[in-house]
Every structure is written in structure tokens, then in C-alpha cells.
Design a protein around this ligand. Structure first.
Ligand SMILES: Nc1ncnc2c1ncn2[C@@H]1O[C@H](COP(=O)(O)OP(=O)(O)OP(=O)(O)O)[C@@H](O)[C@H]1O
Ligand SMILES: [Mg+2]
Length: 345
């Protein structure tokens, strides 16, 4: 093997996009991933035709002429999704210098995660700020104008209780979400009767149903329906869907269960639970985003109901962990149906 074929083989063996620029200032070798990044075969091209950004050119020259090692973070606009890369420049050290090896590392994934984390912190802070502001106001009022007014004191303490409850719920939902996320890959291993889970929700929801004067109808099979699943988590799923239907619905909420022998998504026998309301419905452009954390169609209305916008995010994660699927269909002005599909034993 001559020297150039050895170099070629080495560059080709690198898992990340890599290329070698020779003394001739041309690209001597580029591996397949590098060609993919630049969207064409770059072997033989002058390096400035490929590494166009001035900071890349400078780094290459420094490596070639002074033997410097540089890492440069840059946005690569030659491909459709202009990913962010770190380009590392390393001179090949040998008695007869052959050139500079350039390797690329796609940083977009890390950057995306960072952005998600920042959004998340901003959202949580924002959600905590309004109850805290309210509390601070109430404390001031209790110290000042309402100090000797027993009736006002009572009213303010009640409002403080509501705000404290809101913060407690937010924290509980956050903990619940992080717990579900951390177990995402852990498949549940106990057998559960879904009908029993659903029946247990009736008394839990009766308070909310009464205050909203909504009728709640359950259409359930007589027989148990067995699934592999965590009883508490499944209860949490249907509790949230029913609460949403009652909160955002109008007069009537219907929960029904069907048992298809073959369902395309689970590729076998399934149980489908439909939670149907007769509310205002949801405009189509909101539907795909409902399961994002903190996403709410009408933030005012949701807040007024004590909601944090985490419910459906938790629902989606739990269903995913159970190898199931959430399907949302809605006709604006008529109502919405949230369907949970789970593999049935
Ligand atoms: N049945 C429904 N009809 C109309 N809109 C709905 C329905 N269910 C959910 N939504 C919309 O989806 C949003 C997100 O729902 P999600 O359950 O995640 O949050 P939430 O109910 O606002 O708060 P939380 O569940 O944390 O108390 C709601 O704020 C509401 O705008
Ligand atoms: Mg909800």
C-alpha cells in the first residue's frame, strides 16, 4: 500500500465527517459522511470552495503554516437544514508534512437540547411568578389595609390558599412528568384490568362534575379487559382526559370502550377508550401541539381552571411507555374526542 492509499483508508475509517487537505491546498481525501455534509463529492476541490467561512479558512491556514490546532464552531449553510458544526483542524505531523486533517462534529442535537432546557426553565419560572406575585400582594394587604378586618382577612387567606394549591399542583405535575420520562424505556410488567381502573375514577371526578353541572356517561363492557400496565399511571391518563373533557366541554361527557380484534397501530387485539365531549372543539393547527409541555389553547381559561398545561404531556408519555397511542380528533363548534389505544392481552 502506498502512502496515499493508507491515508485514504484511514480517513475513510473515521466515523465522523473527515477530510484531508494537502500541501497543494486541494482536498486529497474526503470520506462519505463529509461528502454528505457538503452535498457533493468534494475530493479534488480547492479547500476554499468547501470551507467558505473566513474563520475556517484562517484555521486551515494556521494549521498548514504554523502547525496550530484549532476548533471552530460554525453554521454550515450548504445543506437544507443549516446545522451547527464544530470543525477541528489538526496538522498531520510527519517528517514530510502532508497537510491538515479536518473533522466535523454535528452540534445541532446538543444545541437543540440546550434550547429545550432554557425554554423549560423559562416556562416554569413564568408559571410560578403569577401565584407568587398574587401571594405577595395578599400579604401586603393583610399587613396594611386588612389588618383589623376579620372578614377581609378570611377572604384573603382563602385566595392565598388557592394560589398555594396552584403552586403545589405545578410542582406535583413536574415531578410526575419527570418520573414518567425517566421510566420511558421501562416497559410495565403487571397485568391490570382497565375496566376496574376506569370505574374507580367515577367517585374521584364527582366533585368536579357537580360544580360544572356536566353529565358523565360511562359505556363499559361487563367483562374485565386485561392490559399490561401500571394501574396508577393508567388512572392518571384517564383522569386527565376526563377532567379536560369536563373543563373544556359543555354539558355531556361520554367515555366508551371498544375492543377491536385487530388494530393497525398495535398490530393485534386492542382496547380503544374514547373520551368524547360536546365543547367548543380545538382548531386543527393546535391539535398536534397539545401534548407539548405547557401548551394551552386558551391560557386564560386553563389557568382559571387551575391548569398548568402539563396534563397531556404526562398522558402522552404514559401511553408511550405502555406501547399505546393517543389520537385526538376534534370538530370546532361540535366537540372533541381523545382516544387511547392500548394493546390488549
Ligand atoms: N377536551 C378538550 N376540549 C378542548 N380543548 C382541550 C381539551 N382537552 C385539552 N384541551 C386544550 O389542551 C390544553 C392542554 O391540556 P392539558 O391537559 O395538557 O393542560 P391543562 O388541562 O390546561 O392543565 P392540566 O392538565 O395540567 O391541569 C388545554 O389547556 C386546552 O386548551
Ligand atoms: Mg388537563
Amino acid at each position: 500500500m502506498d502512502r496515499s492509499s493508507i491515508l485514504k483508508a484511514v480517513i475513510n475509517a473515521f466515523p465522523q465527517p473527515s477530510l484531508l487537505v494537502g500541501r497543494s491546498e486541494r482536498i486529497l481525501v474526503a470520506n462519505r459522511s463529509a461528502n454528505r455534509v457538503f452535498n457533493r463529492d468534494i475530493t479534488g476541490l480547492h479547500y476554499t470552495a468547501v470551507l467558505r467561512q473566513p474563520q475556517l479558512v484562517t484555521a486551515l491556514e494556521r494549521a498548514m503554516n504554523n502547525g496550530d490546532c484549532d476548533d471552530v464552531r460554525y453554521r454550515n449553510p450548504t445543506i437544507a437544514n443549516d446545522n451547527i458544526y464544530r470543525a477541528s483542524f489538526r496538522p498531520l505531523e510527519s517528517p514530510v508534512s502532508v497537510g491538515v486533517v479536518v473533522t466535523l462534529e454535528d452540534l445541532s442535537h446538543e444545541e437543540g437540547l440546550g434550547e429545550m432546557r432554557r425554554d423549560f426553565v423559562a416556562n416554569v419560572s413564568h408559571e410560578l411568578r403569577s401565584p407568587l406575585t398574587a401571594m405577595t400582594g395578599f400579604i401586603e394587604t393583610l399587613r396594611g389595609p386588612a389588618a383589623n378586618d376579620a372578614a377581609a382577612r378570611d377572604t384573603f387567606l382563602k385566595m392565598m390558599e388557592t394560589e398555594a394549591a396552584r403552586m403545589t399542583r405545578l410542582v406535583e405535575d413536574l415531578l410526575s412528568l419527570s418520573r414518567v420520562e425517566s421510566e420511558a424505556r421501562l416497559k410495565p410488567d403487571v397485568t391490570t384490568d382497565l375496566i376496574a381502573v376506569l370505574n374507580e375514577l367515577r367517585p374521584v371526578l364527582s366533585g368536579l362534575v357537580d360544580t360544572k353541572s356536566v353529565t358523565l356517561e360511562f359505556v363499559l363492557p361487563e367483562e374485565p379487559v386485561l392490559v399490561t400496565g401500571d394501574r396508577d399511571q393508567l388512572g392518571q391518563v384517564f383522569r386527565n382526559l376526563l377532567e379536560n373533557a369536563v373543563k373544556y366541554g359543555n354539558r355531556h361527557v361520554r367515555l366508551s370502550v371498544s375492543l377491536p380484534e385487530r388494530e393497525a397501530f398495535v398490530r393485534g387485539p386492542a382496547v380503544v377508550v374514547d373520551v368524547e365531549d360536546d365543547g367548543d372543539g380545538i382548531a386543527p393547527h393546535h391539535v398536534p401541539r397539545l401534548t407539548e409541555r405547557f401548551y394551552r389553547v386558551d391560557t386564560h381559561r386553563s389557568r382559571a381552571e387551575g391548569g398548568t398545561g402539563l396534563g397531556l404531556a404526562i398522558v402522552k408519555h404514559i401511553i408511550g411507555r405502555h406501547r399505546g397511542r393517543l389520537r385526538i380528533s376534534s370538530v370546532p363548534g361540535e366537540g372533541s374526542t381523545f382516544s387511547v389505544i392500548l394493546p390488549r392481552l
